[in-house]
Design a protein around this ligand. Structure first.
Ligand SMILES: O=C(CO)[C@@H](O)[C@H](O)COP(=O)(O)O
Ligand SMILES: [Co+2]
Length: 239
């Protein structure tokens, strides 16, 4: 299997541990790392922005000692400014905030960069691509949500997939380079269209844990389906 870096049609796989056995979290992270995950997607929920509560920076810090994967925190947190430093100190290389959760989005993203991490912005299904035009120069990643955030295991909203291309068009016109990652209901049957739309990374949660062959087989198959979609689309350039 070619390494993602050497592979012109690679699509990065970022497992979400929401579907894992949270009582064995560090073992589950080790399994994902051994399975070749490109980075770990940590879903942080505050019970306000979304109706669920998950993990905080202390949990992230204890996983940090046990893994060499890059960590990406997906903050589903209302007004997250007070927590940005905590997640960077905990070892997150990237912090993704929701456009809808930040009153001063530009300032929040600039703060992430000042803290020394990569900044990402996430968009709820109802939020248009145009709402982040003014911050594209501050982010290296746009997370297009294809479920309403808050829970793993929801049905993928295929109608939102065209937003991937809309974000990439906006970035092109602004002369900015961003990676688009898609999050929500990604599985063997949904990864192809999002990759053909231009996504170069996908978050995968429940599909990993539903697969009868286990996490290793699931990552392998989804990675191969994503590579095949890129080959079919004939898009091996940056997009
Ligand atoms: O951010 C979220 C949900 O809010 C996601 O990262 C999901 O938790 C991924 O899980 P699946 O949709 O793949 O089951
Ligand atoms: Co997420």
């Amino acid at each position: 299997m070619p390494t993602p870096a050497a592979d012109a049609v690679a699509v990065e796989i970022a497992p979400s541990i929401l579907g894992a056995d949270l009582g064995r979290l560090s073992d589950e992270v080790a399994v994902l790392e051994a399975a070749g995950a490109d980075r770990l997607h940590l879903d942080v929920m505050d019970g306000r922005f979304v109706p669920n509560i998950t993990l905080g920076p202390d949990v992230v810090a204890s996983l940090r000692d046990r893994s060499r994967m890059p960590f990406e925190a997906h903050l589903m947190v209302e007004e997250p400014d007070h927590l940005l430093g905590r997640f960077v100190e905990a070892g997150c290389q990237r912090v993704v905030v929701h456009a809808e959760a930040c009153r001063h989005l530009h300032r929040t993203l600039a703060t992430v960069a000042e803290l020394g991490a990569q900044a990402g912005v996430a968009l709820n299904p109802a939020t248009p691509a145009s709402s982040i035009q003014h911050v594209l120069k501050l982010v290296d990643l746009v997370l297009v949500m294809t479920v309403n955030p808050g829970f793993g295991g929801q049905r993928h909203l295929a109608s939102i997939v065209p937003k991937v291309g809309q974000v990439l068009d906006l970035a092109d016109r602004a002369g900015q380079s961003v990676q688009v990652e898609v999050d929500g209901g990604i599985a063997l049957d949904t990864v192809g269209p999002v990759v053909r739309a231009g996504a170069r990374a996908v978050v995968v949660g429940s599909a990993l844990y539903r697969h009868p062959g286990g996490v290793v087989a699931a990552i392998e198959e989804i990675r191969e389906a994503a590579r095949a979609a890129r080959r079919i689309a004939g898009t091996v350039g940056p997009r």
